[in-house]
Design a protein around this ligand. Structure first.
Ligand code: ACO
Length: 401
């Protein structure tokens, strides 16, 4: 057998790291994770403190601008984001091209990718001012675009942003307002939703963020890069896990059936996995999952509801965490395990869950993209491969094969 690499003089060494389990692709100042200890920091601030004490707009400022804002900076940033919440009127027509039963993530991929066709004045990636405008536009328009995807799917008229409301209050009104003028934002739900956005804001070099960086490394415009991130996030092993986790919990239906599902998850011949469990980096409790669990309780108290699915989730967690398989493999609940339960209680259909994740993660994606473009050492991302195909051979005409 001829070693084709040697034949072509490819003798240099490179690392082979499927899934990039131990390859750093960049330097970043944004987010630190200690997976062993279950620690998540954004520019040094623990996620628990941010979730408890700050707002999503403060976290967005922290990620995009580098520091938590002063009161004046906060007002200014809010004002800037608010100015960009409207979408181009012609974009409304774009939605009509989708089937009503289209998955809202399909609509998100299409509409966000199309933004570059509407905002030509913020696609020059070499101009820091244009980059910042594109970032503001993306963060500001995402709730409008997401709410429109929802309204379209249920056949209701689109609701325009009300810029007197907070970022999150505005999103809730655009989503649930029927008629919008009579919709009153419930402050407890607004707070819970805002916290969910904080918990999803950034998570260093996960698959979708790496996709955004890789797409951006070629010089692609920011709207196209974020659309690429949305497409990657959609998968059930990533952002799609919250939808899959709730579907699984509903399918389990009763605590008595949990052992059957745990047994399946441990069976090597069964592809089934406990959705919302396990993480590439966390080998301890995902700190976002603890905050999420607390938030479920708060939302249920506010709405005065009980959901048997929450009981199933709590018991499933307890059983899994005491099972040698999950202990040995260090599999703990991740952020997606409880989020679906809250989102469902607030009134979102499961198909919107990943859309909400994309909405919140947009600020992380644009912050990471900006960081990459600003790095003077930035080069196009170009992973290598281990070629395992045939050695060089001669072409055989079709009648001789
Ligand atoms: N249920 C049962 N077994 C699991 C699970 C699970 N949820 N997750 C991992 N395992 C097992 C695997 O079968 C594997 O076993 P093996 O070593 O005997 O082959 C071992 O644990 C390691 O799993 P990998 O798939 O190699 O781990 P990886 O780091 O590649 O994957 C992932 C991480 C994708 C999150 C995985 O744990 C998973 O599929 N979880 C369910 C989906 C999910 O919740 N995704 C959300 C992730 S968080 C986020 O995106 C916001």
């Amino acid at each position: 057998v001829v070693d084709i690499r040697k034949l072509y003089g490819q003798t240099g060494a490179f690392t082979y790291d499927p899934g990039f389990t131990s390859t750093a692709s960049c330097e970043s100042e944004l987010t630190f994770i200690d997976g062993g200890e279950g620690v998540l920091l954004h520019r040094g601030y623990p996620i628990e403190q941010l979730a408890e004490q700050s707002s999503f707009m403060e976290v967005a400022h922290l990620l995009l601008r580098g520091e938590l804002p002063t009161a004046d900076e906060y007002a200014d940033f809010n004002n800037t984001i608010t100015r960009h919440t409207m979408v181009h009127e012609q974009l409304r027509g774009f939605y009509q091209g989708f089937r009503r039963d289209a998955h809202p993530m399909a609509i998100m991929c299409g509409v966000v990718g199309a933004l570059s066709a509407f905002y030509h004045d913020s696609t020059d990636i070499n101009d820091p001012a244009q980059r910042m405008i594109a970032s503001h536009r993306l963060v500001a328009k995402m709730p409008t675009i997401a709410a429109m995807a929802y309204k379209y799917s249920i056949g209701q008229p689109f609701v325009y942003p009300d810029n007197e409301l907070s970022y999150t209050g505005n999103f809730l009104r655009m989503t649930f307002g029927v008629p919008a003028e009579e919709y009153e934002v419930n402050p407890a739900i607004e707070k819970a939703m805002d916290r969910i956005f904080i918990l999803h804001a950034d998570h260093e070099q996960n698959a979708s963020t790496s996709t955004v960086r890789l797409a951006g490394s070629s010089g692609a415009n920011p709207f196209a890069c974020i659309a690429a991130g949305i497409a990657c996030l959609w998968g059930p092993a990533h952002g799609g896990a919250n939808e899959a986790a709730l579907n699984m919990l509903k399918e389990i239906g009763h605590p008595d059936r949990i052992p059957e599902y745990i047994k399946r998850a441990k069976d090597k011949d069964d592809p089934f996995r406990l959705m919302g469990f396990g993480h590439r980096v966390y080998k301890n409790y995902d700190p976002r999952a603890s905050v999420m669990q607390e938030t479920v309780r708060e939302v249920f108290d506010t709405l005065k509801v009980k959901d048997p699915v929450f009981e199933v989730a709590l018991q499933l967690e307890e059983m899994a965490l005491n099972d040698p398989y999950f202990i040995d493999k260090k599999l703990f609940p991740n952020v997606d395990f409880y989020s679906g339960i809250i989102l469902s209680a607030i009134g979102f259909p499961t198909s919107m869950f990943t859309v909400l994740f994309a909405l919140a993660r947009t600020v992380g994606w644009v912050a990471q993209w900006n960081e990459m473009i600003s790095d003077p050492g930035q080069r196009i991302g170009r992973p290598r491969q281990l070629y395992t195909g045939p050695a060089k051979r001669d072409f055989v005409p079709i009648d001789k094969r």
